[in-house]
Design a binder for this molecule. Sequence first.
Ligand SMILES: O=C[C@H](O)COP(=O)(O)O
Length: 251
Amino acid sequence: MRRKLVVGNWKMHGSLAQNKALLEALIPNLAVLKQADYAVCVPYPYLFQAQSLLQGTNISWGAQNLAKHEIGAYTGEVSADMLKEFGASYVIVGHSERSTAYCESDANIAAKFVSAQRVGITPVLCVGETLQERESGLRERVLAAQLDAILNSVGAEVFTKAVVAYEPVWAIGTGFSATPDQAQSAHEFIRARIGALHSEAADKVRILYGGSVKPSNASQLFAMQDIDGGLIGRGSLNANDFEGICRAANN
Ligand SMILES: O=C[C@H](O)COP(=O)(O)O
């Protein structure tokens, strides 16, 4: 049985004071929730603070992006090795808010995925369709293309050391999550696509749901067979909300 995972994606939120208050509230409350794994992915400038505060707790930390290159004249970029120096365990790859705003191609995302695994950081690969793609019946075609960018370039075994996050773009930040059944069917498709090439990877890979997860809907979502936790945006910025979502995973 896969151990559930809840990852908070702070996006571009936080300050040293706010982060300290949030993490110091979460540390004791999540310490007693021993049946699941937890992480926060913070803006780059806060990695040292996250490392300092979370070291030795059951909350891991990571980043929301990384460079596909290993080293070099890439102004503004942050490499996998740099994230590793700050103890990052996870890195979000291919979040729709980035791929939209910065035109990240599937090939680029695949290269970032490989870059993370090169240094032993677990990539959280985001996949998901837009509302237009959903209404056009293209959900599975879109998910397949996003997964195949990895499957066709580096194979399926890599998913034994990766996380996938299904994030329907139409549910992100809207307050309206996918229903448990809608999410389950997408997760089932994702797991089957990986499983067609590597059954062990399909069994091992944790597939998170992201898109307006709240304490009020987390239990129903996480109860679904192929939903192994959540990638949480807004709900990760409030200690009570994030604790409530983590508690739902801890069952
Ligand atoms: O990475 C997190 C997802 O974008 C979901 O964000 P949200 O929980 O604010 O809808």
